[in-house]
Write a protein that binds this ligand. Structure first.
Ligand code: ADP
Length: 477
């Protein structure tokens, strides 16, 4: 069977959506991984640098404290005691900003005015410190005033240019980037595999659904695993099982129905051909043939009527039920059937109690009683006895139709309610049966919440028991 492929374009497919969501999540995570630790560690370095620079400057200010006035000599002498080799530059100015001490050898600023903003602010009495990162290096600055008896007599300025720590940070950054690239690659490959595995299952299910849609009802979705998709596949399989059973029943019914319709039609054809082809046919024979044609036509009518009844029952469209008293309907059927029974030499008796009300329609009740009694009369034959009883038993209305005929072979009991099923085809046909009577009974009763059962009586003959829920006790409108 060719199944039309209705492949969704890749970009609209579930797999693309899965992949895209994986990628979005991983891009988010990697962005965070690449920025957050760097920002945090840069901030930590800034803080530690500022603190260190401040304490360095404080040590220098302390070493200058106690001097009433700063001169090149006393500052140089004091600064000798301080060992701050890691600092790139140290400046000491007097109260006017003139440089008295400078550690830089080339471009030494002693004697000049250093007007760095940090020094200007320190000379105004502020402790200033700052740190920045640019071009792969940390630049830290700190400046503090030097006081003598509450008077600002100068300022100390320190500057540090640090490439080492910056190199560590750059190293961390490139490590993170390498790690991110590896993670991204792994997640990408994994996402492709995972989404493929998931969509492969959905694909299997979809293929099976399409095959069933095209009519291959025996198709089953073989999806491994226990996840939700596998569960959907199992549900789908049990649905197709039911569909196949229904389809088989439908096919059997159609073929049985056409066979049943073909038989009387073939007989009619044969009879008309016989009349038309005989050159000299006497009136008596012609009448016999036409009477036979009439009988076959009657049979056709019965079959089509029964088929229509069953189709109506199958369609599920039911007339709205009402509370029906079964007794008058039973009496009406008995009046009708007693004539037929008399004709056939069958003794038909009935016994019924009052108060047997069920939720159904009069026609339905009539049909059920008629079909069962007709069968009992038909299959018990001349000299037979048919007994019909109607009783109210607990919350049910029970109808029993018993006869003393040949009964039904045990192996056929379960099948007599099947459409077109007959124990003895020839006998049923001869008696004018269609093989649909009991199916109609069973469908009609079951649709109103009742049950019907066929069994053999110990003393011989068949017994059919119909059980309807008593109106108001389970029968639903
Ligand atoms: P039919 O039109 O052939 O009677 P039904 O559906 O009414 O079709 O019955 C199915 C078959 O069940 C009959 O062909 C017959 O073999 C068997 N059957 C039904 N009722 C009785 C009965 N009272 N006694 C014996 N056999 C019966």
């Amino acid at each position: 069977m060719e199944v039309k492929s209705e492949k969704a374009s890749f970009f609209r497919s579930l797999q693309a959506k899965f992949n895209l969501s994986y990628i979005l999540v991983i891009v988010g995570v990697l962005l965070l991984l690449n920025t957050y630790p760097l920002v945090v560690s840069e901030d930590m370095v800034f803080r530690s640098k500022v603190t260190t620079m401040q304490s360095n400057v404080s040590v220098m200010v302390y070493s200058l404290s106690g001097l009433p006035e700063l001169t090149e000599e006393n500052v140089a002498a004091a600064m000798e005691m301080v060992e701050e080799s890691h600092l790139s530059r140290i400046l000491v100015t007097d109260g006017g900003g003139k440089v008295l001490y400078d550690t830089r050898e080339t471009g030494n600023a002693v004697g000049e005015y250093a007007l760095y903003s940090e020094i200007v602010r320190a000379l105004q009495g502020e402790d200033v410190s700052s740190c920045s990162y640019r071009d792969g290096a940390f630049r830290s600055r700190a400046s503090s005033p030097v006081m003598y008896q509450n008077r600002i007599i100068g300022a100390v300025y320190a500057y540090e240019y640090d490439r080492e720590q910056a190199a560590l940070l750059v190293g961390l950054q490139s490590n993170l980037m390498r790690l991110s690239a590896v993670i991204a690659a792994v997640v990408l490959v994994l996402s492709v595999f995972l989404s493929k595995a998931l969509t492969r299952k959905i694909g299997m299910l979809l293929t099976a659904i399409r095959k069933v849609r095209e009519g291959a009802y025996s198709t089953r979705a073989d999806v491994p695993g226990r996840d939700e998709i596998s569960q959907i596949a199992q549900e789908f399989n049990s649905l197709t099982d039911r569909l196949q059973t229904t389809e088989n029943a439908r096919r059997r019914f159609v073929s049985d129905a056409s066979h049943e319709l073909k038989t009387p039609l073939a007989a009619i054809r044969l009879l008309t051909d016989s009349i038309l082809q005989s050159e000299r046919i006497d009136l008596e024979t012609a009448k016999d043939f036409v009477a036979d044609i009439g009988q076959e036509a009657e049979r056709l009518t019965r079959i089509t009527e029964d088929l229509l009844r069953l189709t109506k029952l199958d369609s599920g469209v039911m007339e709205a039920p009402a509370e029906v008293d079964v007794l008058p309907v039973l009496e009406q059927v008995m009046r009708m059937m007693s004539l037929l029974a008399q004709e056939k030499g069958v003794d038909l008796i009935y016994e019924a109690s009052e108060g047997c009300t069920v939720l159904a329609t009069k026609d339905e009740i009539h049909q059920v009683i008629y079909n069962l009694t007709d069968n009992a009369v038909k299959y018990s034959g001349s000299g037979g006895a048919v007994q019909v009883t109607l009783r109210r038993e607990e919350e049910n209305v029970v109808l029993r139709v018993a006869d003393n005929g040949a009964g039904i072979p045990e192996q056929d009991l379960a099948r007599v309610f099947d459409r077109f099923y007959r124990v003895d085809k020839a006998r049923s046909r001869a008696a004018g049966g269609t093989g649909l009577g009991l199916s109609i009974v069973s469908d009609t009763v079951c649709r109103r919440g009742g049950t019907v059962k066929a069994e053999n009586r110990r003393e011989g003959g068949a017994l059919f028991t119909v059980c309807w829920p008593l109106a108001g006790k389970g029968g639903s409108l």
